[in-house]
Design a binder for this molecule. Structure first.
Ligand code: ASP
Length: 439
């Protein structure tokens, strides 16, 4: 078995956590390629090293603040080095980093140093080769991740290596300047490495024992999902489930490599297995429930709209021209609604309104804000009748008004729009009907 193992920040926050990670890696010799994050929080009140780096970089113009910031970050790493009794000095690295910060090297470079340095420590601790992600992960001139070039570089670099540590979260542009993925992006690096080495399994080690059916801040002690497909996960991650970066499944999909989400603090737990497809029947009709608040609906009405060819395109073009992506477009005979993220929309709302008037001369146009969208996701829904009926019965019992319904053509998800204030109660009601009453 060839495995790629990625460890998140909380798994590497201290020397004690590093030891647990070391034990996990040594207990299975298939665990050959290791992708570390930067050290995370040691306690609730602590600060992640990545955040310290961003903050330090912001104050880099002031030499005193810069020195203090660098010293605090260096202390975090030194504590780990000392705790592991390693003969490793990061002094020169910190000198380079200090100079680069003072020379305004860019916030991506700044943030990436957390993974870079933690990777060096990890490589020294495991006695694995260190492979700088800047060598093997490429972004194109527009700053977009270049998957094929990366796969090629990574594959060639790792081909002859029995074991290696590749820091997460960043890569480089063609000219060598460092570029990061979005926050939580080490998950993507793990996935890229797994694809490049044709791994049998990508283990993603974190501080929870897998994906929960829903958000534990809303539902007390929700159950863990044992197996989930990439597509189900994509729906859930997009709608707010945060255990794995939403983009992390793309490189793996190309090879059908499974991902196992595991808990560094409870390695005996099976965690969640994410697969391309499976014959395993889900325990419940639904696999998960996720959602987000803060959407806004633009409702457009016009008599005989449905016979006007190109109506939808003209409306959506206004959003495109304003650089706003839309989430859903439920429509009726003479009505057309566009759902967008409120935060993206507010600044440009007047431009959009006038743009729509110019483009399609609607009879009425009104806005409804503070909407939440809930995704009820499950491969089991296709084979089960009455899922929608159960969802809506549960919501009606909870006295919740449903603003919008959208069932994806894959029959894998039902998206429901409710008022923001009803969001938590709606999630609880749906969870109860499918999981607690086990329907
Ligand atoms: N350290 C980065 C962050 O805090 C990336 C990661 O942990 O995946 O977002």
């Amino acid at each position: 078995m060839k495995k790629v193992v990625k460890f998140g920040g909380s798994s590497l926050a201290s020397a004690q956590q590093f030891r647990k990670v070391g034990e996990i890696i040594h207990s299975d010799n298939g665990r050959r390629y290791v992708v570390p994050s930067a050290p995370g929080k040691r306690s609730d009140k602590d600060t992640k090293v990545t955040d310290m780096l961003y903050q330090c970089y912001q104050t880099a113009a002031d030499p005193k603040a810069l020195d203090e910031g660098i010293a605090a970050i260096a202390a975090r790493f030194q504590e780990i080095i000392d705790g592991l009794s390693l003969q490793l000095s990061l002094e020169e690295d910190f000198e380079t980093i200090r100079e680069a910060f003072a020379a305004q090297c860019g916030s991506d470079y700044a943030a990436s140093r957390g993974e870079y340095l933690n990777g060096k420590i990890m490589a020294a601790y495991l006695d694995y080769e260190f492979v700088d992600a800047a060598e093997v992960i490429r972004f194109d001139e527009d700053g977009e991740f270049d998957s094929e070039k990366t796969n090629d570089l990574m594959h060639r670099r790792l081909e002859g290596l029995e074991t290696a540590v590749i820091p997460g979260f960043y890569g480089a542009m063609e000219d060598g300047s460092i570029k990061t993925f979005s926050r939580g992006g080490s998950d993507i690096t793990g996935s890229i490495v797994a694809r490049a080495v044709h791994a049998d399994l990508y283990e993603n080690w974190t501080d929870v024992s897998g994906f929960l059916v829903t958000d534990p801040h809303i539902v007390e002690n929700p159950e863990t999902i044992d197996t989930i497909t990439y597509r189900e996960l994509r729906e859930l991650s997009y709608m707010g489930a945060t255990v794995l970066h939403a983009d992390a499944i793309f490189p793996l999909r190309k090879e059908g490599i499974p991902i196992n989400i595991k808990n560094t603090n409870r390695p005996q737990d099976p965690g969640t297995l994410i697969v391309e497809s499976t014959c395993r029947q889900p325990k419940y009709t639904i696999t998960g429930i996720a959602g987000k608040k803060g959407f806004c609906a633009i409702n457009i009405e016009k008599d005989l709209m449905n016979s006007e060819i190109g109506f939808g395109r003209k409306v959506l073009q206004v959003f495109e021209e304003n650089g706003i992506s839309f989430e859903h477009v439920p429509s009726g005979i003479d009505t057309f609604t566009v759902l967008v993220h409120q935060s993206e929309f507010v600044e440009k709302e007047q431009n959009v309104i006038s743009g729509i008037h110019r483009a399609v001369s609607p009879d009425t146009l009104d806005l409804e804000s503070d909407l939440a969208l809930i995704a009820v996701v499950g491969r089991g829904m296709r084979a089960t009748r009455g899922t929608a009926a159960r969802i809506f019965a549960a919501l009606s019992h909870a006295n919740i008004n449903v603003k919008m319904i959208d069932q994806g053509s894959s029959e894998l998800n039902v998206i429901i729009g409710v008022k923001d204030e009803d969001f938590e109660r709606a999630v609880q009601a749906i969870y109860d009907i499918f999981v607690l009453t086990h329907l």
